[in-house]
Design a protein around this ligand. Structure first.
Ligand SMILES: C[S@@+](CC[C@H](N)C(=O)[O-])C[C@H]1O[C@@H](n2cnc3c(N)ncnc32)[C@H](O)[C@@H]1O
Length: 221
């Protein structure tokens, strides 16, 4: 069985752009995310909703440090939505600079809608799909259902903000439905992160579950 290792990484992006940490509710998951990528070693990772890049660049840091063969794609219009708020072009420009400076060759930015980006990926090709777009129930359900055919056998889907029951967020509701049906793990802190295996578990799952049980508290700091 593959063993889980808890790393102590340097996230290089935070020196280049401190605003990434200030603007994201996601940062509380970056150590778990980093360790997960290094265990799971996805060939293809796709993120729906990147904004300043806290989640995306945390994934990229793991790929870089372990010299994994992973291709990482970030999909976003980089204009914002009703929950994140509208923002200006400087965000995309800075994300683009960080991607090409720190994570060249394997990080790719697709500045378009999730629906328009979908055709660029083959069915069954995505090993890790992170869904963190517009958080209304119908929107996140549409993102999940429309991208599910793209997920590889044993692929994993991450959902951010499964703990938020205010502001018109509905990820929690979709998560309640999905976790009834599929193997999953979850964190409640930093908005909550759901980790779903909708196409079955792979050889890493038991190491992951064991580690999650033992170290869940440590990741929540
Ligand atoms: C919550 S933010 C992403 C946060 C990011 N994952 C982080 O780590 O901080 C959501 C992003 O999704 C984008 N977005 C929402 N709906 C979208 C859609 N249908 N197509 C493309 N981008 C979308 C918004 O522009 C926004 O930047």
């Amino acid at each position: 069985m593959t063993n889980w290792h808890k790393h102590n990484p340097t996230f290089e992006y935070e020196e280049l752009e401190p605003r990434i940490l200030q603007h994201s509710a996601w940062v509380g998951h970056r150590h778990f995310c980093y360790d997960f990528i290094r265990l799971h070693e996805p060939n293809l990772a796709v993120e729906l909703g990147t904004h300043w890049g806290a989640s995306f660049f945390s994934m990229c840091q793991a790929v870089k440090d372990a010299a994994l063969p992973t291709s990482c794609y970030a999909v976003d219009t980089w204009v914002g939505d009703a929950h994140s708020g509208q923002y200006g072009n400087e965000v995309y420009e800075q994300v683009s600079t960080i991607a090409s400076t720190l994570y060249p060759n394997f990080s790719h930015l697709l500045r378009t809608t999730f629906d328009d980006a979908r055709s660029q990926f083959a069915n069954g090709s995505i090993d890790l799909l992170h869904i963190d777009g517009f958080h209304q129930y119908e929107a996140v359900k549409h993102d999940y259902e429309s991208w599910l055919p793209k997920l590889a056998p044993h692929g994993v889907v991450w959902f951010h903000d499964i703990s938020i029951h205010a502001y018109g967020f509905g990820v929690w509701k979709l998560w309640q439905e999905l976790k009834e049906e599929h193997p999953h793990l979850q964190f409640e802190h930093s908005g909550g992160l759901g980790i779903l295996f909708p196409k079955g578990i792979n050889q890493h799952y038991h190491a992951l579950e064991q580690h999650w049980l033992e170290h869940k508290q440590a990741y929540q700091t």
